[in-house]
Design a protein around this ligand. Structure first.
Ligand code: PGA
Length: 226
């Protein structure tokens, strides 16, 4: 199985999200043409309910799943502004992207914060997609409860490649995938950083999937990539 995550980050208002889903549905035959491919949409939180409703008709969307871009490191309770796994019940969220470098840089998340989020996700039956760059592969693995390692998908996200068009050489990705598997065990590893329709094939040959930012924002471009 290969995984293609569409991470919209903080882009799109409700109308844009609806338009994206309309276009996606129009092209659905194309998106669903590979049995061994999962497409995962990671919308901003306010669009989650709407997209979840659209995906509910599983007959129509058998290979498409939903992810959140972040999670609270705390359970349900008095944590104003945080989204707990309890808040997500009923929305069919299958994955949670955790510890993206943008979370680490702009919101000062630490390996320990990410580890706590992994605990929350695993407890709720949500698969954590733990993002790492080379500097903190081992420390992040060490912070996460060892019994959760095999439940994670690990995303190699080199900072130099995110949103820059300066994609990583796939040979380098192979090296880092091996390092990740040394630290986390035999986990699924995906790559993210300036993935587009031209280079995606190179990455799918060397790892289990891709985390796509910019190239997932327009259905046309995303379709070409898929
Ligand atoms: P990008 O983002 O595809 O826009 O480089 C990737 C990511 O942040 O995972």
């Amino acid at each position: 199985m290969k995984y293609i995550f569409a991470n919209w980050k903080s882009n799109k208002n409700r109308k844009d999200a609806e338009h994206w889903m309309d276009e996606f549905d129009k092209n659905y035959a194309h998106f669903a043409s590979h049995e061994d491919l999962e497409i995962i949409i990671a919308p901003p939180m306010p669009s989650l309910m709407f997209i979840s409703n659209r995906l509910l008709d599983r007959q129509k969307h058998p290979h498409v799943y939903l992810a959140v871009q972040d999670l609270s490191s705390y359970p349900a309770g008095s944590y104003t502004g945080a989204v707990s796994t309890v808040n997500l019940e009923g929305f069919n969220v299958k994955y949670a992207i955790l510890g993206h470098s943008e979370r680490r840089n702009y919101f000062e998340e630490s390996d320990m914060d990410v580890a706590k989020k992994v605990d929350q996700a695993v407890e709720a039956g949500i698969t954590p997609v733990v993002c790492v760059d080379e500097d903190y592969i081992e420390s992040q693995a060490y912070a996460i409860d060892k019994k959760h390692h095999k439940k994670c998908i690990v995303a190699y996200e080199p900072l130099s490649a995110i949103g820059t068009g300066d994609e990583m050489n796939p040979k380098k990705v192979v090296e880092v995938v091996n390092r990740i598997r040394k630290a986390f065990g035999d986990v699924r590893v995906i790559y993210g950083g300036s993935v587009d329709g031209d280079n995606v094939k190179d990455y799918l040959e060397v790892c289990d999937g891709v985390l796509v930012g910019g190239a997932s924002l327009k259905v046309d471009e995303f379709k070409r990539l898929v």
